[in-house]
Design a protein. Structure first.
Lengths: 753, 206
């Protein structure tokens, strides 16, 4: 065909060809329009899934064609490609229903961050100095494969370890299966604010070892014990939507909200009543309420069933937990306990939720069990307006023989791993695969995680950024950013239906990165001793299809439609309860603290930062710039102290103070916060990074660095609220950055009206 | 001289006074490129900010002064037009979008795999860009300052049959595109009046 004619035809037909979209092979052949079928200047919204927290909210990403500045083979240049300009909530997603939190909005900066790792790196300086040189993917993958081959050849596959942050969806399955088939132990999952205590409590009380879904929308009365339900706990966007409906969704009815916590959090500030019970005694407070409800015969003890049977003295109506007794220990007046109990029982449907620091004391499990029993007593478990447990989807992947072995495998915690490595030589772990977990920042120093990591001969990191942990790596194989890769998430909570988020890559990769699941699958194929049995998929997309197809087919949905919506939800019956765990009824025990009350007079209460959660988002400048909702502090860290306490210590707003625990001390700015108990100091977690991109490095202080390694006594989880500290003023130069002038609009001292 | 021109002159006088007082370096400092939509930002500029990198840059922006665009290759418009290749082949957004778009290297290679492969510019495109996975960093020739608050949309103009040459000059006589037509408000309004298109302020300024 004459070339010129070819042009004319294609120009005349280009309007229809472009509008007809991707199905037109001729269109792809000619490539007159860019690869991604984008018309310059017109935006396309594509679904994806927010990766920042486990809630798994659905996103819509606005994609526009643009010039990306990239480095290819060491040379700077531009590439014309689809670029994401804005993220919004996906209205079709059943968890967040079109809404998105401030953190989710900022997730876009994780993609276009100037300090993203753009290509594979190999360490060429001392460990921890951050000196790396660029290598090719062929070389990087060959090195990783060689290390795994060496372990297999030495008949020592259990010396491979995988340390990761909680993995969403099928990534968890893939990593677990890879390790099992290689002969290695299951992945070590690390998160600072783990929810292990609450999951265990729900398993014991109700038979579901998962986080609850709170049906705020249909509730008339919510009492929250420490759970920052509107900010950072569980599924905050879903809960905030439900909260709005509870308050304003039914004409003439405004649900009441009570918050019980020693510090007035953002959630507490939204409540009708803030009840500053002594930190660690919230479980006692719940039992005091239960006592009052049973005593006034609003409910009978049997109503609580299994959940009640776990609490000592429940069947007798909790004789030891009289409001007067509870008032003495919690510091809340007996009349108030009785009144709240009456309201809670009478205003059904009512629900109690528990989380945060309440579960992070040494008696955290008891606190959670007590609140669970209170819930069960008023009949709000599995009922509209109460808590429900999201059914779990059963993916029909064929795992081959031997899956039963995996069930018996013991999952290590990072603390156990570090202790083991530090105690033995040579290190029992020879190669560590590191996926975006940062325990060097997020674990108490007494666990000696960094020391342990330095003893491990080979560390391979998949992270996008250099942080305190990944800077110790020998080899960095950077993963795609979340908008450049296949995403899936099956949220544990947030909806009464089973939900599976599913999204294809939104844009082409900006840098020379590769998806972590694809790396594992490729390495698995190239091993000298193949995995037994081998993984049947060549890439992650194939694995997702194999996982989702049977489910979608059974539900009459299809793959392509689900991808266009960004996921899929189904109303399947509630999941099966786990077996009843035989357990003796627990008595109340007081929370234990490290540090004597004489030397260390204050309880130290770290809390998840609204902007950075556990610190993993401190590298995003929009979030650094986000004023904290309570203090308006930004770009900095601070400690909240009661104004009266501060006055006796001579501390003024913005002063630099030193906080000392039995382990270490830190310096930060003081914020005089009216909403905090006089014997509590509260500090947000998230700042104080040594190494975490240009925006977070060397900024503020890390409260985890002074934490005592206390444990929740029944589960062994970190009790991060069990440290006592002292405070002293250093100078006036706290370098506090407040968006507003202070916590109050007017100084109450000068308020003459 | 128009009133606007006189006002510009007044400002220039102020500027000369300032620069003779020691600020003259600012205009000629090592500023790189002009900020604004007419120029691509330099690749080294990776910080999220809308500010100017030098005083000179800020001053040039204030006066709406723009450098002439520097294109990565001397693209011969006249030769392509002589081959009867329509503008829309490369500026593919023009019929549906606000912007016409500048072609990616894939667009070039759509034809030049097989055509004029032995010519020097094509060799350059192939080896320096296409094979290295890079694109041509075209620079925009036309555009308004942000302060003008003009939101121009190509698509309705093309649909109503305005010839590309009306606003962009006769490209069949140019190699790289040059600013052949001065896009003043008078130029736009004259045509709108003639074609009985709306001359409401909000048609263009919104």
């Amino acid at each position: 065909m004459d070339r010129r004619f070819f042009f004319k035809v294609s120009v005349a037909g280009s309007a229809t060809a472009t509008l007809a979209g991707c199905g037109n092979p001729e269109n792809q052949l000619i490539r007159f329009i860019p690869d991604e079928q984008l018309i310059p200047g017109l935006s396309v919204w594509k679904p994806s899934i927010c990766p920042l927290c486990p809630a798994g909210c659905g996103l819509l990403a606005r994609v526009v064609e643009g010039d990306a500045e990239v480095i290819r083979d060491g040379e700077r240049g531009v590439v014309k490609m689809g670029l994401v300009k804005k993220l919004e909530g996906n209205p079709a997603h059943p968890i967040n229903r079109g809404r998105l939190c401030a953190r989710g909005q900022a997730a876009i900066q994780a993609v276009y961050h100037p300090d993203r790792i753009a290509h594979p790196l190999k360490r060429d300086g001392e460990r921890g100095t951050g000196r790396f040189s660029e290598i090719s993917w062929e070389q990087a993958l060959a090195e990783l494969t060689a290390r795994l081959n060496a372990l297999a050849a030495a008949k020592n596959p259990q010396a491979l370890s995988f340390l990761t942050r909680p993995l969403p969806g099928q990534r968890q399955t893939l990593v677990t299966e890879f390790l099992r088939r290689f002969g290695a132990p299951p992945p070590i999952v690390f998160e600072v604010f783990g929810e292990g205590v609450l999951r265990r409590a729900n398993e014991l009380s109700f038979g579901y070892g998962q986080l609850p879904t709170v049906d705020f929308a249909r509730s008339r009365y919510v009492i929250a014990f420490g759970a920052d339900a509107l900010g950072t706990w569980n599924s905050p966007v879903a809960q905030s939507i439900g909260y709005g409906e509870m308050r304003q969704g039914t004409p003439g009815q405004r649900g009441k909200f009570v918050h019980v916590e020693a510090r007035l959090s953002q959630t507490g500030a939204n409540a009708d009543e803030w009840v500053p019970a002594k930190s660690g005694t919230e479980g006692l407070f719940a039992l005091g309420m239960a006592h009052a409800i049973m005593k006034s015969q609003l409910r009978s003890p049997e109503a609580a069933g299994l959940a009640g049977a776990l609490i000592e003295g429940w069947s007798e109506g909790l004789p030891r937990y009289t409001p007067a007794e509870v008032a003495a220990q919690t510091g809340v007046a007996a009349e108030r306990i009785e009144r709240l109990a009456r309201e809670f029982a009478e205003r059904w449907p009512a629900v109690a939720i528990v989380g945060g620091a309440v579960c992070a004391h040494t008696n955290g499990l008891f606190n959670a069990l007590a609140v669970n029993a209170l819930n069960a007593l008023v009949g709000s478990v599995g009922e509209p307006g109460g808590i429900v447990f999201t059914p779990k989807l059963d993916f029909g992947l064929d795992f081959g023989a031997g899956r039963e072995d995996a069930a018996g495998a013991v999952t290590q915690s990072i603390e156990q791993m570090a202790a083991l490595v530090n105690a033995s030589a040579p290190a029992p772990i020879q190669t560590l695969l590191l996926n975006d977990a940062n325990p060097v920042f997020g674990a108490p120093p007494a666990w000696r995680v960094k020391e342990a990591l330095l003893k491990i001969p080979h560390i391979v990191s998949f992270g996008n950024f250099l942080d305190e942990t990944s800077i110790l790596a020998d080899l960095i194989l950077p993963d795609h950013a979340f908008l450049e890769t296949w995403m899936d998430n099956t949220p544990e909570s947030g909806q009464t239906m089973a939900v599976a988020g599913l999204a294809r890559p939104v844009v082409r990769p900006l840098y020379q990165t590769r998806a972590m699941p694809d790396i594992l699958l490729e390495v698995a194929r190239n091993l000298e001793q193949p995995l037994s049995p081998p993984l049947p998929w060549t890439n992650y997309e194939e694995m997702l299809k194999a996982a989702f197809d049977p489910l979608l087919e059974a539900a009459g949905a299809n793959w392509e439609e689900s991808l266009q919506l960004g996921g899929w939800a189904t109303a399947i019956p509630s999941g099966t309860r786990g077996p009843v765990v035989e357990m003796k009824p627990m008595p109340w025990v007081e929370p234990q603290f490290e540090g004597g009350a004489k030397d260390f007079p204050f309880q130290f209460l770290p809390f998840k930062s609204q902007a950075f959660l556990d610190g993993s988002l401190a590298h995003l400048p929009w979030l650094q710039e986000l004023p904290d909702p309570m203090t308006t502090a930004m770009w900095s860290s601070w400690v909240e102290i009661n104004p009266k306490t501060a006055a006796t210590l001579g501390i003024a707003n913005g002063d630099l103070v030193e906080i000392t625990s039995a382990h270490a001390s830190l310096r930060t700015a003081a914020v005089l916060a009216p909403g905090i108990a006089p014997d509590v100091l509260a500090m947000p977690v998230g700042q104080g990074h040594e190494t975490f991109t240009r925006y977070a490095s060397g900024r503020g202080a890390n409260p985890i660095a002074i934490l005592a390694p206390m444990k929740e006594s029944a589960t062994g989880e970190l009790a991060w609220a069990a440290t006592r500290v002292r405070i002293s003023r250093v100078s006036a130069a706290g370098q506090l950055t407040l968006f507003a002038g202070g916590m109050r609009e007017r100084d109450p001292e000068h308020d003459h009206r | 001289m128009s009133r606007r021109g006189r006002s510009r002159l007044k400002w220039l006088a102020v500027l000369i006074a300032v620069s003779s007082a020691g600020g003259g370096w600012a205009l000629f400092g090592p500023s790189g490129m002009v900020q604004g939509q007419s120029q691509a930002r330099t690749a080294a500029d990776s910080v999220f900010t809308t500010s100017h990198r030098s005083t000179g840059e800020a001053i040039r922006h204030f006066f709406g002064m723009r450098n002439d665009p520097v294109q990565p290759i001397q693209f011969p418009h006249e030769r392509h037009i002589a081959q009867e290749i329509a503008c829309v082949v490369c500026h593919s957004g023009v019929e549906w979008s606000a912007v016409a778009g500048l072609p990616s290297v894939n667009t070039c290679m759509g034809c030049h795999v097989g055509i004029a492969e032995d010519k020097e510019p094509i060799i350059k495109i192939t080896t320096e860009y296409y094979e290295k996975g890079r694109d041509l960093s075209w620079q925009r020739v036309y555009g308004w300052n942000d302060e003008a608050h003009v939101l121009f949309n190509h698509a309705p103009h093309i649909r109503s049959g305005v010839d590309c040459a009306t606003c962009h000059g006769d490209l069949s006589k140019m190699t790289v595109a040059e600013r052949a037509v001065d896009h003043t408000m008078g130029f736009c309004v004259d045509c709108h009046v003639e074609k009985k298109a709306s001359i409401d302020c909000l048609t263009c300024h919104y």
